[in-house]
Ligand binder design. Structure first.
Ligand code: HEC
Ligand code: HEC
Ligand code: HEC
Ligand code: HEC
Ligand code: HEC
Ligand code: HEC
Ligand code: HEC
Length: 242
C-alpha cells in the first residue's frame, strides 16, 4: 500500500475544487464506510479494480485511511444505507475534479494554451484513461500501439493506413505531442525543427536523407507547407511532402 499524502484533506478539497452543490448536498453527512461490500452489487468494477495502480494508493482522512472506491466516489455511507441507487454517491463521469484532488499538476497541464478540452467539459480523463482497469493508461508498458488506438477513436485521419508510413508514428503519438496540453500549437513537444532533428540528424548534417538542407532549414520548419506536411504518413509521396 502506497501512502499518498494529500496537500489538503479530502472534504475541503471537494469544496475548494468546485464539486457541484448538488453533489456536496448529496454527500452531506455521509460517512466513509470502506469498500469491502461494494462487490456484492458491483462485481465488474471490483474485479477490474483489483490490479489497478490505484488499488495500491490510499489517503489519510477523518481518523482512517481512505482507499479503493471511496477515494474517487467519496464517502459511500448514504449509498450503502439506501441499498444503492443514483445521486447519493459521487459519479465522476462529468467531474474531473475527482482526479485533480491528487493529480494537481494535471490541472496545470490542461490549462496550457493548447490542450484537449477537458476543463471545458467536452471530454474527460476517461476518454483516454480507464477508471477501474489494470492499465489506468489504456495501453501497456510494453507496447505503444494501444495508445495510438486510443487516439484513433477520435482522430481517424491519422490512422492511415498510408502507402508511405512515417516510422516515427509507430513509436507513439507522444513522440511529437504533449497530449494533456502544451504551450505550442497542435500540442507539439517543440514548435521548431528540433521536433524532427531529434531523430533526423546525420553525421553529414545538414544533409538529411540524401539532400543538403543547408538552405532550407533556416527558412521554415520541416513541416511547413511545401516541405514535409504529411508528417503522419502519405499516400502520394515517399518524402512525406503531401
Ligand atoms: C481512480 C478513481 C476511481 C476509483 C478508485 C473507482 N472509480 Fe468507479 N468510476 C470512476 C470514474 C471516473 C467513473 C466514470 C466512468 C466513465 O466516465 O466512464 C466511475 C464510474 C463508476 C460506476 C458507474 C458506472 C456507470 O456505468 O455509470 C460505478 C458503479 C463505479 N464506478 C464503481 C466503483 C467501485 C465499486 C470501485 C471500487 C472497486 C470504484 N468505482 C473505484 C473512478 C473511479
Ligand atoms: C446493495 C447493492 C449495492 C451496494 C452494496 C453498492 N451499490 Fe453502488 N449502486 C447500486 C445500484 C442499484 C446503483 C444504481 C445503478 C443504476 O441505476 O444504474 C448503484 C450506483 C452506483 C454508482 C453510480 C451512481 C450515480 O449517481 O450514477 C456508483 C459510483 C456506485 N454505485 C458506487 C458504489 C460503491 C463505491 C459501493 C461500495 C462502497 C457501492 N456502490 C455499493 C447498488 C449497490
Ligand atoms: C486519492 C488520490 C488519487 C485519485 C483520486 C486519483 N489518482 Fe491517479 N494516481 C494516484 C497515485 C498515488 C498514482 C501512482 C503514482 C505513481 O505510481 O507514480 C496514480 C497514478 C495514475 C496514473 C498513472 C498510472 C500508471 O499505471 O502509471 C494515471 C493515468 C492516473 N493516476 C489517472 C487518474 C484519473 C484519470 C483519476 C480520476 C478518475 C485519478 N487518477 C484519481 C492517486 C490518485
Ligand atoms: C487525450 C487523451 C488523454 C486525456 C484526455 C487525459 N490523458 Fe492522461 N495521459 C495520456 C497519455 C497519452 C499519457 C502518457 C504520457 C506519456 O507516457 O508520455 C498520459 C499520462 C497520464 C499520467 C501519468 C504520467 C504523468 O504524466 O504523470 C497521469 C497521472 C494522467 N495522465 C492523468 C490524467 C488526468 C487526471 C486526466 C484528466 C484530467 C487525463 N490524464 C486526461 C492521455 C490523456
Ligand atoms: C474523445 C476524443 C479524443 C481522443 C480519445 C483524443 N482526442 Fe485529440 N482532440 C480531441 C478534441 C475534441 C480536440 C480539440 C479539437 C479542436 O479544438 O478543434 C483534439 C485536439 C487534438 C490535437 C490538436 C489539433 C489541432 O488542430 O489543434 C492533437 C494534436 C490531438 N488532439 C492529439 C491526440 C492524441 C495524440 C490522442 C491520443 C493520446 C488524442 N488526441 C486523443 C478529441 C480527442
Ligand atoms: C513525427 C512527429 C509526429 C508524430 C509521431 C505525430 N504527430 Fe500529429 N502532428 C505533428 C505535427 C508537426 C503537426 C502539425 C502540423 C502543422 O502544424 O501543420 C501535427 C498535427 C496533428 C493534428 C492536428 C491536425 C493536423 O493534421 O494538422 C492531430 C489531430 C494530430 N497531429 C494527431 C496525431 C496522432 C493521433 C498521432 C499518433 C497516431 C500523431 N499525431 C503523431 C507531428 C507528429
Ligand atoms: C522518433 C524519431 C523520429 C522523429 C521525431 C521524426 N522522424 Fe521522420 N522518420 C523517422 C524514421 C525512423 C524514418 C524512416 C527511416 C528514414 O528514412 O530515416 C523517418 C522517415 C522520414 C521521412 C521519409 C524519409 C525520406 O526518404 O524522405 C521524412 C520526410 C520524415 N521522416 C520527416 C520527418 C519530419 C518532418 C519530422 C518532424 C515533424 C520527423 N520526421 C520526425 C523517425 C523520426
Amino acid at each position: 500500500m502506497i501512502l499518498f499524502l494529500l496537500p489538503i484533506p479530502l472534504a475541503s478539497a471537494m469544496k475548494d475544487e468546485g464539486f457541484s452543490p448538488l453533489q456536496m448536498e448529496a454527500l452531506k453527512g455521509a460517512k466513509y464506510v470502506g469498500s469491502e461490500s461494494c462487490g456484492a452489487c458491483h462485481e465488474k468494477e471490483v474485479k477490474e479494480f483489483q490490479t489497478s495502480t490505484h488499488a495500491r494508493v490510499s489517503v489519510p482522512g477523518e481518523g482512517m485511511q481512505i482507499q479503493d472506491c471511496e477515494m474517487c466516489h467519496g464517502p459511500a455511507g448514504l449509498h450503502m444505507d439506501a441499498g444503492g441507487g443514483k445521486g447519493n454517491i459521487l459519479n465522476p463521469t462529468k467531474d474531473v475534479e475527482t482526479c485533480f484532488q491528487c493529480h494537481t499538476d494535471k490541472k496545470m497541464e490542461f490549462s496550457q494554451p493548447f490542450h484537449h478540452p477537458v476543463l471545458e467539459g467536452k471530454m474527460n480523463c476517461t476518454s483516454c484513461h480507464s477508471a477501474h482497469g489494470t492499465d489506468v493508461r489504456a495501453w501497456s508498458a510494453t507496447t505503444l500501439k494501444g495508445v495510438n488506438e486510443t487516439c484513433f477513436d477520435c482522430h481517424k485521419e491519422q490512422r492511415g493506413p498510408f502507402v508511405f508510413e512515417h516510422e516515427a508514428v509507430r513509436e507513439g503519438c507522444m513522440t511529437c505531442h504533449q497530449v494533456h496540453g502544451s504551450m505550442h500549437s497542435k500540442m507539439l513537444v517543440a514548435r521548431d525543427n528540433n521536433l524532427c532533428l531529434r531523430c533526423h540528424t546525420q553525421m553529414n548534417f545538414p544533409v538529411i536523407g540524401k539532400q543538403s538542407h543547408a538552405g532550407r532549414l533556416p527558412q521554415a520548419t520541416c513541416f511547413t507547407a511545401g516541405c514535409h506536411t504529411a508528417v503522419h504518413g502519405s499516400n502520394f509521396d515517399d518524402h512525406l511532402r503531401y
